[in-house]
Design a protein around this ligand. Sequence first.
Ligand code: HEM
Ligand SMILES: *[C@@H]1O[C@H](CO)[C@@H](O)[C@H](O)[C@H]1NC(C)=O
Ligand SMILES: *[C@@H]1O[C@H](CO)[C@@H](O)[C@H](O)[C@H]1NC(C)=O
Length: 338
Amino acid sequence: MEGRLVVSLFLLLGFCSHFAVGGGSRKSKGHLNVGFYNHSCPRVEEIVGQTVMRHVMFNPGISAGLIRLHFHDCFIRGCDASILLDATPTGEPTEKESQANGHTLRGLDVIDEAKAQLEAECPSTVSCADILAFAARDAAVLAGLPRYPVLSGRRDGNVSLAYNTIKLPSPFASAEELTAVFAKKGITQEEMVVLSGAHSIGQAHCPSFDYRLHNFKPEQRQDPSIDPLYAEYLKVACPEPGSWGADFMMSDGTVKLDSITSNVLDNGYYAGLTMGRGLLTSDQALMKNKKTRKIVRRMAFNPWQWAIKFGNAMHRLGAVDVLMGDEGEVRRFCRHVN
Ligand code: HEM
Ligand SMILES: *[C@@H]1O[C@H](CO)[C@@H](O)[C@H](O)[C@H]1NC(C)=O
Ligand SMILES: *[C@@H]1O[C@H](CO)[C@@H](O)[C@H](O)[C@H]1NC(C)=O
């Protein structure tokens, strides 16, 4: 634990550029570095950064989409860009087509655009998995987080199966379940709570949480852990299906995950949780467990500490079960295997 902290600090200060990735890696051979493309494609981070910026200026919500893409990629078969594949050789549904992802993914075209530019600049060199990691960082920075260095040297996988997405955490999960799901990826409970702070930007679709408003339990229509005022606001955005309100629905069926500073990646998410304003069951659940509640309170009061920990936790997330060296391939087009 202490060693990891020191390594992260070094990285943060930019002293250390070369170290072995612990825990998460599938095989011991090879390692990720900061600056893997220094010689082979020196402008890679600049190119990805500019592409991300162009899109985020046009649509700030893209930041959230890009961060979530990297997370969902890393959780299924490791950070191998499996989430980007459009089809599998066998024709089975892909991760993209799963219920957990489906139409909720945002930012796929940003990755395509960055990849096209990189293929022109340095063909068959930069993996799609690394583009996802760079883009997630750039998105976080544009949303207000201090810049953190990104490990690179990942290779792309060639398998993507919708049924594997059952390994993603469920929005209906308890803090204990979330802790267990992240532990399987070598991510600690504190890191899980810290990463959940990503829900300080972006949106969720009504079906991810609206049972909390309309049909919570036979004896209780509404989830008692929701702030009642917030619940009234949510019911306007997500009227009960089949109800009168639904016929006049004014919203697009999405709600901001953080109702106060919805485009700023900050610790406002945690303040919201302490007031019963977590949107998903899995958000508010962090206040129900004694240990995670303590972490939430700490993060709510320490914006700077949270920001540093978030960068470090993204490092850990970005190293989960990666392919390296001669494993996998470098895709030429992120939507298809070569
Ligand atoms: C702790 C377990 C987690 C659960 C159960 C969860 C679940 C969800 C759900 C259901 C949505 C809404 C999707 C929709 O309806 O459009 C969402 C959105 C989002 N999640 Fe998570 N998530 C978790 C952790 C994370 C982590 C670790 C990150 C990144 C570090 C993350 C980043 C995001 C972002 C940025 C959005 C907004 C996406 C957008 O606006 O396009 N989430 N999450
Ligand atoms: C790449 O360049 C950066 C900046 O000069 C340096 O910090 C890093 O150590 C280099 N990485 C590799 C793998 O050479
Ligand atoms: C999948 O990747 C491996 C390398 O890990 C490669 O040998 C194999 O040919 C690839 N399969 C397909 C269908 O591209």
